[in-house]
Design a protein around this ligand. Sequence first.
Ligand code: SAM
Length: 208
Amino acid sequence: MTGQQDNPFLKQAYKLDSQQATKELYRDWAESYDDTMASHDYRTPARCAEALLRHLPDRTAPIFDIGCGTGISGMALAGAGFATIDGSDISEEMVDKARNLAGVYRNLSVVSLENPFSFDNSYAAITAMGVIAEKHAPPEAISQLLDKLSAGGLLVFSLNNHTLENPAYMAACNAAAQTGKAEILEQEMGPHIVRLGMTSRIMVLKKL
Ligand SMILES: C[S@@+](CC[C@H](N)C(=O)[O-])C[C@H]1O[C@@H](n2cnc3c(N)ncnc32)[C@H](O)[C@@H]1O
């Protein structure tokens, strides 16, 4: 395991104590975030995009990428061939970076922590890559995001190995399946941030 010790932002990302601290972290990290993630071999976005492609063959279908950050997640979706991608994030500084990407996002918006999912139910899929995590989006976000989909809509998100230590996140997925709100199509473990030795589970839920 290398890298985390000498990158102050990555170090801080797993020691956050409030959502306000999360906002401040991404405000300060926005300028160098892409370089950090590239140098640490961040695999989750490509894995999420590939998982979505397995269940959503229509590449023109509209997708909403929550917590889009600087746009690494949107670039992974575009790389998989998806052509209609909107995104939002709580960090203005991160979204400003995503705005510089040509031809990836159709619309981008900055949202508040109080109302982070302020979009309508018109999307074929919602993605949340590196977003549903401790001091980012809580376990309840999983049910709230399913409420933003019509029947047949897909929710694709990652849960990293730190987040999985809190059983409430998987409990929220299993509760959605047990109550007939969603079907779990995939829950695949694999590499997350390779240079940190981190793993993530990519969840694909279909709204019923
Ligand atoms: C690890 S970054 C991931 C960014 C991008 N999806 C990627 O894969 O590079 C987490 C992002 O989630 C955003 N975020 C944190 N909590 C959030 C919330 N409750 N709602 C929406 N976005 C949030 C942060 O501002 C940050 O840009």
